[in-house]
Design a binder for this molecule. Structure first.
Ligand SMILES: NC(=O)c1ccc[n+]([C@@H]2O[C@H](COP(=O)([O-])OP(=O)(O)OC[C@H]3O[C@@H](n4cnc5c(N)ncnc54)[C@H](OP(=O)(O)O)[C@@H]3O)[C@@H](O)[C@H]2O)c1
Ligand SMILES: *[C@@H]1O[C@H](CO)[C@@H](O)[C@H](O)[C@H]1NC(C)=O
Ligand SMILES: *[C@@H]1O[C@H](CO)[C@@H](O)[C@H](O)[C@H]1NC(C)=O
Ligand SMILES: CC(=O)N[C@H]1CO[C@H](CO)[C@@H](O)[C@@H]1O
Length: 303
């Protein structure tokens, strides 16, 4: 076994580099913060806003959070009654609100509705928020069907939401696209379809940000930890989570700063991001150790 260790020489070298580079990044990080601050322009107040997945959870709270006089908001969702309920609350806060009952996997209908709103109210803030996780789907679906469905909504649905508006934003040289991913994009031990779909979200968002930066269009990816929403209820007993009210504040703050990524809560981010800081072939043991420690602390809490 000892003789086999030489097979890991590349991983040792990578580890040494990570160590040195991390130290360099640590001492230069104030400089990065200053560079970012210089680059931030001030936003005009966002007037015309789109939110998908507005029926509940984070989406409906975002709708309430951004509702005020002078704003035109278009809410997208699949449940008519829930949407009307949210709409009324937003109108009470003084916003102009429209609702659209559209499944985001319906590419043509979604495009039609997005473009129609954009023609009347040039969108300056788009929240691609709708998403689904395996455990929210009917129990009679098998592994294959569940993953196909999750990818259809979280990946194709995201593209259906964002891509029809990109050329319009480019032409106007303004606008902010906010894509809701998840901290689970960093881990290997969560729901397979969900976790991988959220990896797509962050990768797509960060690459799109780079592409659109020459047009002055901003893209922000949100990677939240557990939030108190219907989705969380379906995941099961989770003890620590962020309220959607706090999540909206963190998200709005990050948008105002034009951050490329908004992450919270800090402790969950550190734990999930950790496995990305180790050399590829050390990732699995590190991941197992984290899982083991998590299991132990969960057990303690249950007792
Ligand atoms: N809750 C968390 O702990 C957590 C953590 C990290 C990231 N996130 C992400 O945060 C975002 C918001 O989730 P949430 O926690 O607020 O979950 P949620 O309460 O389940 O809300 C998701 C929303 O998306 C809608 N939706 C689902 N499939 C759709 C489809 N095919 N077409 C149109 N709308 C669809 C749902 O509509 P219906 O209500 O009508 O089904 C619902 O309103 C999601 O992208 C999620 O992945 C959540
Ligand atoms: C936000 O940052 C992106 C990427 O650097 C840039 O294209 C965009 O103009 C910025 N937006 C504002 C309002 O500063
Ligand atoms: C953690 O707990 C889960 C389920 O309770 C179990 O399947 C898994 O093997 C445990 N992991 C470790 C590393 O102990
Ligand atoms: C189409 C639409 O409802 N536009 C509204 C956008 O918001 C302004 C200011 O509140 C209204 O005057 C517009 O009618």
């Amino acid at each position: 076994m000892l003789l086999q260790l030489y097979n890991y020489i590349n991983d040792f070298v990578v580890t040494i580099f990570i160590f040195i580079l991390s130290f360099l990044f640590l001492i230069t990080s104030p400089l990065f913060a200053i560079i970012n601050l210089i680059r931030v322009k001030t936003f005009k107040d966002h007037k015309n806003i789109i939110i998908t997945g507005a029926c509940g959870g984070l989406g409906s709270q975002l709708a309430l959070y951004y509702s005020k006089p002078g704003r035109n908001i278009s809410l997208f969702g699949i449940n008519n009654d829930k949407l009307i309920n949210i709409k009324n609350k937003c109108i009470e806060k003084g916003a102009n609100v429209e609702i659209n009952i559209v499944d985001i996997t319906d590419r043509d209908l979604l495009k039609e509705k997005l473009v129609d709103f954009d023609n009347r109210n040039p969108i300056d803030l788009l929240f691609a928020n709708a998403g689904v996780i395996e455990c929210q789907l009917p129990n009679d679906l098998d592994f294959e069907e569940k993953i196909q469905k999750v990818i259809q909504v979280n990946v194709n649905g995201l593209l259906n939401t964002v891509l029809p508006l990109v050329p319009r934003f480019e032409k106007r040289k303004s606008g902010q696209i906010v894509i809701v991913s998840s901290l689970s994009c960093y881990v290997d031990w969560f729901y397979t379809g969900y976790s991988s779909s959220k990896s797509f979200c962050i990768s797509f968002g960060l690459n799109l940000r780079k592409k659109l930066s020459k047009f002055g269009v901003g893209v922000t990816v949100v990677t939240p930890g557990y939030m108190q929403t219907p989705m969380l209820n379906s995941i099961g007993k989770i003890q620590e989570f962020v309220s959607v009210e706090r999540a909206c504040e963190a998200i709005n703050n990050g948008i105002q700063m034009n951050h490329s990524q908004i992450f919270f809560p800090l402790d969950s981010f550190i734990i999930t991001f950790m496995t990305n800081l180790v050399s590829p072939n050390f990732r699995e043991p590190v991941s197992n150790i984290i899982e083991f420690l998590k299991n132990r602390s969960n057990k303690k809490k249950m007792d």
